[in-house]
Design a protein around this ligand. Sequence first.
Ligand SMILES: Nc1ncnc2c1ncn2[C@@H]1O[C@H](COP(=O)(O)OP(=O)(O)OP(=O)(O)O)[C@@H](O)[C@H]1O
Ligand SMILES: [Mg+2]
Length: 228
Amino acid sequence: MKSDFVSTVSHELRTPLTSIMGSLALIKGGAVGALPDRLKSMLGIAYSNSDRLVRLINDILDVQKIEAGKMEFRVKTLDIMELVNGTVSASGGLASEYGIEIVVGESTPGPKIMGDDDRLMQVMSNLLSNAVKFSSRGDTFEVNVSRQSGSVLVSASDQGQGIPKQFKDRIFEKFSRMSPLGGQQVGGTGLGLNISKSIVEQHGGEIGVDSVVGKGAKFFFRLPELSA
Ligand SMILES: Nc1ncnc2c1ncn2[C@@H]1O[C@H](COP(=O)(O)OP(=O)(O)OP(=O)(O)O)[C@@H](O)[C@H]1O
Ligand SMILES: [Mg+2]
């Protein structure tokens, strides 16, 4: 009952919000003529906040789906390197905006897995956006793929603030967020890693993190390798 309510309300919120975003995008893109600079920057704020709301609503809907056991996966054979490179090109813009360099270690040919590419890209892009949020300009985000006795290991390391030991056990729980060590404000709800964990586990894998505070965090996930 309660979760039905949350899902319905979230859905109902998303529809008008998508239309607000569409209109803002058109105005921003100059569809109604040139805009004065001050208006442009305010529109930018309105647009990025609607975008944030849409992402939040999508995350809430995902959590509901997971908890109801209704998250569906469209599984096919995937090349893990294509998935990694796909994420980097899809969300690499965010990294360059924040001055973070992305380095992808080569693994040719990329090991194959069975999985849902959209959902696994969601995992990768959450790791990437977290690395960006908790790093500083000039830092590097490094992704490596390796094979280990029947599984494929993807690791994503950053040089950001890292994760204190006492917080490491809670990091994959819903709504768990730590105040940024530098005191800067970063957006987020604390759902990304919880959703990522469910997605990885429903692929028969596991996810974890190693970190040294002040030196960075290394997230990794392991998925069963599809034998050739
Ligand atoms: N790479 C990282 N370095 C340091 N801390 C991190 C890193 N990734 C996650 N965290 C910590 O774990 C918390 C939870 O991450 P998670 O991705 O679940 O949520 P979020 O990024 O805050 O919000 P959302 O992903 O829902 O937009 C973060 O708020 C942060 O405190
Ligand atoms: Mg996140």
